[in-house]
Design a protein around this ligand. Structure first.
Ligand SMILES: [Zn+2]
Length: 199
């Protein structure tokens, strides 16, 4: 890992790109309050750093199927964990798979077109995989928050100056949305003291 920090310009560019990866360079520059060439070179740098991995379309089949989303945890016979994960790669219902610590060894995110397909997947496919001891499923009733990757924020890859005192905004940051832009302060008093952003 390299110790590079991103600033508020990067933050604004990334926030907007995450909402719409096809947003025009002109809009990105305006949102970040920089020139178009600057916005362009920032994007190139963010790609070089590996922060922007790829531009993809976000797909949703909920509107045309009875899509069931579920999380499945697997307990495996430990020496067999590699065998289990290798087999999972070929199961199309599985869209994410993680080896984890704790009570279970593997966590899966799966999508099926309906409940019957989910039941078949668990009882016929997953439970009978070589090395799997138990498979428990929890299906999603309601999605409350769904962000791909971490929420962008100060003190997590970004070094952002407090808009009141100019100090680096740390863990106890306060975020204020004004005129469609996010503003960061190091503390509540700094937010209150800042003219124009008083609550
Ligand atoms: Zn401050």
């Amino acid at each position: 890992m390299i110790s590079v920090y991103l600033d508020k310009v990067d933050y604004r560019i990334l926030s907007l790109l995450r909402e719409d990866s096809r947003v025009a360079l002109k809009e990105l520059a305006a949102a970040a309050d920089v020139s178009i060439p600057t916005a362009r070179s920032r994007i190139i740098r963010l790609k070089d750093l590996g922060v922007i991995k790829r531009f993809t379309a976000s797909l949703e089949l909920q509107s045309i199927t009875n899509q069931v989303t579920a999380y499945i945890t697997l307990k495996t016979r430990l020496p067999k964990i590699k065998t289990v994960v290798e087999q999972l790669k070929d199961i199309d219902e599985v869209s994410e798979a993680y080896i984890t610590t704790g009570q279970h060894d593997v966590i899966l995110k799966i999508y099926t077109p309906n409940m019957q397909a989910l039941n078949r997947l668990v009882t016929q496919k997953l439970s009978s995989l070589e090395g799997v001891e138990t498979a428990y499923s929890s299906f999603v009733i309601e999605t409350v928050k769904d962000i791909i990757g971490p929420v962008l924020r100060p003190n997590f890859g970004f070094k952002i100056d407090c808009e009141n005192c100019g100090g680096i905004v740390g863990e106890g940051y306060v975020k204020k949305l004004t005129d469609g832009r996010e503003h960061f302060f190091c503390s509540e008093p700094c937010l209150s003291a800042s003219t124009g952003f008083v609550k």
